[in-house]
Write a protein that binds this ligand. Structure first.
Ligand code: ADP
Ligand code: MG
Length: 277
């Protein structure tokens, strides 16, 4: 995959919070079809890195390019328009929407990117509503949306097939009634259905038991086999080893080791960073 074009280029990005360097001159490239995992102890800057790339926070310095277009400093909605989709460390869905509606938002977003006036517009206010901004869309009920509805429903049906055992019976249930694991499945489906050029997943198995984790691993393996380009933050080392082409280990906002998964997990500095916390 290293011969594939670069989808994400990160150069010397920095972010401080009240004098604390959360991310300190971080640089790496992610190639098309590649899966990179970021590991590191709590507080090492992993989520901040994801938030910087996805436009939730702006870097103090440095460059971020997606498919050779600079995105550093753009809003989350604008970065999302450039083909990025993400999930959140604690799982975020629209509690007051059903499973189908949540997943459908991802597909509406994709359709809107193809057809700028397909009935979905962005309101300026979305900038201040992080989750809406991430999906990048608001549904405005109107003839366009009704026309799109059939297409979206069919596409959701196909998406749900991948999560069949779990989500099929919950499609018309509101997200607030879902188990934690089902909320996270819904979130991954919403990101995937938008056919992103770049997918960022922040600890997709956090808080999951062994069998749920194994199921997420199968889903991510499927996404990888489909050729998706993925940046994954994950602690569970079996999952990281199974999926990643390359691992970056962070500590104190910096990359302290990188390379193939086995090499990185046995690196003395990495072992020490974990033990020291
Ligand atoms: P990780 O995801 O690796 O556990 P984070 O990126 O969430 O780490 O956090 C890195 C450091 O930055 C931590 O010390 C954290 O407390 C701090 N931090 C993260 N976000 C904020 C914020 N919005 N305001 C202040 N400090 C923050
Ligand atoms: Mg985190």
């Amino acid at each position: 995959v290293l011969e594939n074009p670069i989808v994400l280029r990160v150069r010397d990005i920095e972010k401080s919070f009240q004098g604390l360097r959360a991310v300190d001159k971080l640089s790496f490239d992610l190639h098309k079809g590649e899966v990179i995992s970021i590991i590191g102890p709590n507080g090492s800057g992993k989520s901040t890195t994801i938030n910087l790339i996805s436009g939730f926070i702006a870097p103090d310095a440095g460059l971020i390019d997606i498919e050779n277009n600079p995105v550093a400093g753009l809003s989350a909605a604008e970065v999302s328009d450039r083909g990025l989709a993400r999930t959140f460390q604690n799982g975020r869905v629209f509690a007051g929407l059903t499973v189908d509606e949540n997943i459908g938002l991802g597909y509406h977003k994709k359709l809107r990117a193809q057809r700028p006036f397909s009935g979905l517009q962005r309101f300026p206010i979305l900038k201040w509503l992080p989750l809406l901004a991430e999906t990048g869309v608001a549904l405005i009920p109107g003839p366009h949306v009704r026309r799109e509805r059939r297409e979206v429903e069919q596409r959701i049906g196909r998406e749900i097939d991948r999560f069949r055992e779990r989500l099929e019976s919950r499609r018309s249930d509101y997200a607030y009634t879902l188990s934690y694991a089902n909320r996270r499945r819904t979130e991954i489906a919403r990101a995937h259905i938008s056919e992103p050029t770049l997918l960022l997943l922040d600890e997709p198995t956090a808080g999951m038991n062994q069998s749920e984790t194994a199921e997420v691993l199968r889903q991510l393996q499927f996404l990888k086999d489909q050729g998706h380009t993925i940046l994954l933050v994950e602690h569970k080392i079996e999952l990281v080893t199974a999926l990643s082409d390359r691992v970056l280990a962070m500590d104190g906002g910096r990359i302290i080791a990188q390379g193939d998964p086995d090499e990185v997990r046995s690196n003395p500095q990495v072992v020490e960073a974990y033990l020291g916390k």
